[in-house]
Design a protein around this ligand. Sequence first.
Ligand code: ZN
Ligand code: ZN
Length: 335
Amino acid sequence: MKGEAGSMLHNEKPKQEGHIWGSMRRTAFILGSGLLLLVALWNSVTWHLQRFWGASGFFWQAQWERLLSTFEGKEWILFFIALGAIQVPFLFFWSFNGLLLVVDTTGKPNFISRYRIQMGKNEPVDPVRLRQSICTVLFNQCVVSLPMVTFLYPFLKWWGDPCRRELPTFHWFLLELVIFTLIEEVMFYYSHRLLHYPTFYKKIHKKHHEWTAPIGVIALYAHPIEHVVSNMLPAMLGPVLMGSHLSSITIWFSLALIITTISHCGYHLPFLPSPEFHDYHHLKFTQCYGVLGVLDHLHGTDTVFKQTKAYERHILLLGFTPLSESIPDSPKKME
Ligand SMILES: [Zn+2]
Ligand SMILES: [Zn+2]
């Protein structure tokens, strides 16, 4: 027996080496073919989009040139009033939130309210609290965001004219979106964690956390300092560094506002990004600080979240059955 065990131990090493080598080869094969598949898929997707973009690209270029000739010498009007790095995104924000507010205040239509994440909360939302919150949001948009973007214009003009004649190419715009998203993730995560330090939390961030079950407009319900540090700067830095075109800035700000609204809206709706991550942050405070969740994974600030039903539900819903029904809370322990 002893000898057998000894020979097994003796034989174990080369076997294990073979095993490791084999698994390394397997991993390389999987990664390699995965990468090839991704490149092929990416190329075909961008080819189709490029074709669409190319066809409509001439149209948009012509429209843009017409606008430019109308406002020749007064391009700042385009930046602020006519197109506006602020006006268009705010229009998107309020149109989307207008629809959500109908559901929040009336609980109807049922085909939306049935996707509510925190059952029994905001049914309906407190009108006094809502009115006060909307006033804060409007204050942040008009008194904080507007002057910040005003200050941005001369800087962008010097760095790389945002109202230049040439619209960005489709590939360049995609690259910009990726870079903006990564910068946003890093800056939002660390500034947000800083805001959770007791001193900053009490004086600044507590306001945003008054809503433990958030609704769409709460995306911009924050102390003005938080609005500057955690909302505006992370979204503005990307376009500043890249010397972006007004069209890229407008689309990016609009997208950022729509996505932050979705992450606060309180409904896990089909075919839209999952809001479970940030909703859980509002519920539990000390988990899920980021946007994408990459930095939370690296810093381990999502470990409790990963043991919850909310984490199981943190997927893109590709059907019409609410996730609260398909993945119900466990009867004993409510998350
Ligand atoms: Zn929030
Ligand atoms: Zn927070």
